[in-house]
Write a protein that binds this ligand. Structure first.
Ligand code: 13P
Length: 244
């Protein structure tokens, strides 16, 4: 049985005041029946940690454990700050920083070695969707971004269609079902415990569409951007997942 996961990615949003969101979520969900994760900016990570049942994670890590990499953060440092998860390969990292599948696999491997769970992100662009190559793109990203050492315990896959991120556009439940089923079959073929790896959907998830998305087979939770920035928006998404 896969334990569901409601994950919030704050991206480059949040200052000290935002810590109240984590405290409020911890108060509202003292004993959730699903895992709840907030990935704040690195500046808030240590202070966001330790709030009840709310796990915290990084949004990226370097593949090396330490060294001359100005501005970068290692997986060990995230762990030291209280993180239990780290997002790797988010489409904004792939686009803004030119991250390749091989780099994402190396970062995910670094996460495992630090004892973190990697939330490895994949997803097609609008051009790829319209060109009919979605599943081919997904296959390439799955093959290249997930280390051989991945297990159900150290890896979560997040399917985030790039065209659905921050746009208010959401794939149909049929489109989500097709890609999630495809990812599940690839994970099961490649990993002995691939059936146990959680697969999240991400892209314009909000309280009003969460229940419908969570009812799709093989959707084990969500990676939420904008709607995770306020407790009033994220809390009903957590509740929807608990009730799914
Ligand atoms: P939105 O929920 O704002 O569309 O962002 C999704 C996302 O990129 C989460 O990682």
């Amino acid at each position: 049985m896969r334990r569901k996961l409601a994950a919030g990615n704050w991206k480059m949003n949040g200052t000290t005041d935002s810590l109240g969101v984590v405290a409020e979520l911890a108060d509202t969900h003292p004993d959730p029946s699903v895992d709840v994760l907030i990935c704040p900016p690195a500046t808030l990570l240590a202070r966001a940690a330790g709030h009840g049942a709310i796990a915290v994670g990084g949004q990226d890590c370097h593949a090396a454990t330490s060294g001359a990499h100005t501005g970068d953060i290692s997986a060990d440092m995230l762990k030291d700050a209280g993180a239990t998860y780290v997002i790797t390969g988010h489409s904004e990292r792939r686009t803004d920083h030119g991250e390749t599948d091989a780099e994402i696999a190396a970062k995910s491997q670094a996460a495992y070695e630090a004892g973190l769970i990697a939330v490895i992100c994949i997803g097609e662009t609008l051009d790829e969707r319209e060109g009919g190559t979605t599943l081919t793109v997904i296959d390439t990203q799955l093959a290249g971004s997930i280390p051989e050492t991945a297990t159900a315990a150290n890896t979560v896959i997040a399917y985030e269609p790039v065209w659905a991120i921050g746009t208010g556009k959401v794939p149909t439940t049929g489109q989500i079902a097709e890609v999630h089923a495809h990812i599940r079959s690839r994970l099961s073929e490649r990993f002995v415990d691939g059936d146990g790896m959680r697969i999240l959907y991400g892209g314009s998830v909000k309280a009003s569409n969460a229940a419908e998305i969570f009812a799709v087979p093989e959707v084990d939770g969500a990676l939420v951007g904008g709607a995770s920035l306020k407790a009033a928006d994220f809390s009903p998404i957590i509740s929807a997942l608990e009730n799914a």
